[in-house]
Ligand binder design. Sequence first.
Ligand SMILES: Cc1cc2nc3c(=O)[nH]c(=O)nc-3n(C[C@H](O)[C@H](O)[C@H](O)COP(=O)(O)OP(=O)(O)OC[C@H]3O[C@@H](n4cnc5c(N)ncnc54)[C@H](O)[C@@H]3O)c2cc1C
Length: 476
Amino acid sequence: MNGYSTTIFEKNSECGGVSYAWKRGDYTFDGASNWLAGSSPASSMHNLLSELLDFSQLEIIDPDIFITVEHQQSTLNVYCDAEKLKEEMLRIAPEDFRIIKKFTDAIKTAGTVSLPYSKPPELFNLWDYCTFLFSQSSFIRFFLKWKRVTIKKLSLEFKNNTLRELFLRIFPRHEHFSVMSVILTLGWMNIKSGGYPVGGSNKLIELLVKKYLASGGKLHLHTEATVINVENNRVIGIRLKNGDNISADKVIVATDLQYTIRHLLSDQKITSNIAQRCDTIPVFPALFQVSLGVKRTFCALPHKISMTLDETIDMGEGGIFSEMMVRVCHFDPSLSRPGTTSIIVQIRIPQYQYWVDLRNSNYSRYTEEKKRIAEMVISTLERRFGSIRSVIENIDIATPATFIRYTNIFKGSYQGWAPVPSMIGKTLPKTLKPVKNLYITGQWVWAAGGIPGVIRIARHTAQIICHNDKRKFSVR
Ligand SMILES: Cc1cc2nc3c(=O)[nH]c(=O)nc-3n(C[C@H](O)[C@H](O)[C@H](O)COP(=O)(O)OP(=O)(O)OC[C@H]3O[C@@H](n4cnc5c(N)ncnc54)[C@H](O)[C@@H]3O)c2cc1C
């Protein structure tokens, strides 16, 4: 799009990285792409996405309910419509009218604010700052009001214990995140611009690859880079796992900063202390994922449920877990054949290292542990949904070690840096001194990741490259 000749080297046999949905027999197991912020022109993010995604090829579903939370005997339907959500929360806790209104009003406002993306902050001059402050004043005010409030802190404002518990379970293990991340997500859904793309992750990836190849990009799958070659502090290309050296004027990495510095640039003296800093920045948790292909339909069930396991899972050093997120994929016929359903169950696990060490040190125990936990998950599903075990046609169990093995993802984190108050709105470096012509993109330069987030960052990285080369940036 900007006159550069580019090649992507991807270590896996398919594109998609952490967003990739894998096929097992007739089933597609898609744990990612729950929603796409900017899915309709109602949000300004849509213009950004449209630069790369051909929306005429995409069918979007706007669900009525984002997630159903079940805890003990109570249920909270998190409606995408903010007014309906307000009514639902008031049904449980009329005494919390004030805080419920404050929360749902914020959701209504969030849909109307536009997230700035047209220019990367690195290229801002004084005029840009002044224009930004003036034109985005409503966004800035909103941002400052909510940025510091964590999910936990807001939950403590509810007098009603049931509502508080249900609220915390909308995003389990995310209670330290800024509530702004929740408000923005629900804000896009409220204006019907946070829908689900039919075909899920793989459809999005297919469209992105199509656009890239049509623009003249070259793609090498199953090709792992092991070293970024540098001479006199200037990038000269990469070395592949098979030993081949590929020359290049510039290298753009989408891996995390630690991996980039400690593996791909291990021979270089990076002056930034960012690799050490990375250890201290909170990330999204890793995932234990049980994917089931079942010969049954569940049309009457909610499509996404946050629920409690019948028995607490005690993994010793791996942690203690009692909640799971269940995705019943009956809403997308492309994910399994008629009369069958893909079910994805995710347990969020910060202790990723436990699984990596167990797999390395005792593979048979690792396999047994996987099966034991999957059994506990299936028992809970069976109690809640009726017969499941007897109709399972396909089962796939992924641990944090699986995600790391396939994508090199930092700490097994499913979505990069956590949007905690100290990180929200912050940009990490897109270059690494003193190495010239090396650029960083993807979810590791901006908290909260997400498909629109990484498209925004990729645009900014491309803009910086064009700026450095004195080229006019173009999106055509
Ligand atoms: C379970 C789950 C649910 C999610 N839900 C949503 C959602 O609903 N909506 C949303 O917008 N986002 C969602 N996300 C987040 C979103 O998918 C990610 O933020 C985004 O895909 C990250 O893209 P990336 O390119 O930055 O990183 P990655 O996907 O990690 O891409 C990096 C790529 O580099 C490759 N690679 C690594 N090392 C090497 C090497 N040495 N050589 C060659 N290639 C290498 C990897 O294989 C990978 O393909 C979800 C993610 C997960 C896992």
